[in-house]
Design a protein around this ligand. Structure first.
Ligand code: GRF
Length: 193
């Protein structure tokens, strides 16, 4: 399975470190959209092949960027793709190419708060509960079939940063749990805690 990242790669590390023993999957590539993604070094330190396709030279031409992204991906022949803090919005053409085998983690209890700033929006709405979701990727942003959700209580005095930190801990438990099932062909929804 291939993992796509944009930043520090903490979810990538959680996924990679979970794929041991009788786990049905193994990482074959960590791919970033920038050479500066901190997760690349963490992947290399784990002996996982890494690559990057910098999106900036494409000046917003997503289709052209995705042609090169797919070329690098397909050379690694992944069965499953996991978006893990990958911050580029993908076109319908790209999501169709990997339909049914591409997952994403999103820091909210979908369908609530698609898009960005999910923690601040949950706090602004006065929600008592928040969390994260793993879903299949489709053409609609943050919208595909849900494969797992983890919930956290919103605490008095929470800020977007303190809430994000507690959600991230749940992300690192949820994504590996979903991947282990998904890689075994089991699409039953994982619910944490
Ligand atoms: C995570 O909260 C993830 O849900 C979101 O981006 C954040 C980045 O995490 N998409 P990571 O440390 O780069 O995996």
């Amino acid at each position: 399975m291939a993992i796509l990242i944009s930043g520090s790669g903490s979810n990538m590390v959680a996924l990679a470190d979970s794929m041991t023993g009788d786990h049905p999957a193994r990482p074959c590539l960590v791919l970033a959209n920038s050479a500066d993604a901190g997760g690349l070094a963490k992947a290399a330190a784990r002996g996982i092949p890494t690559a990057f396709v910098d999106h900036r030279p494409y000046k917003g031409d997503r289709a052209a960027f995705e042609v090169d992204l797919a070329r690098v991906l397909d050379a690694a022949r992944p069965d499953i793709l996991c978006l893990a803090g990958f911050m580029r919005v993908l076109t319908g053409g790209f999501t169709a190419r990997y339909q049914g085998r591409m997952l994403n983690i999103h820091p909210s209890l979908l369908p609530k708060y698609r898009g960005l700033d999910t923690h601040a929006r949950a706090l602004a709405a006065g929600d008592a509960e928040h969390g994260c979701t793993v879903h299949e990727v489709t053409a609609a942003l943050d919208d595909g079939p849900i494969l797992g959700q983890a919930r956290v209580k919103v605490l008095p005095g929470d800020t977007p940063e303190t809430l994000a930190a507690r959600v991230l801990v749940q992300e690192h438990a949820l994504y590996p749990a979903v991947l282990r099932r998904f890689a075994a062909g089991d699409r039953r929804v994982v619910r944490l805690p």
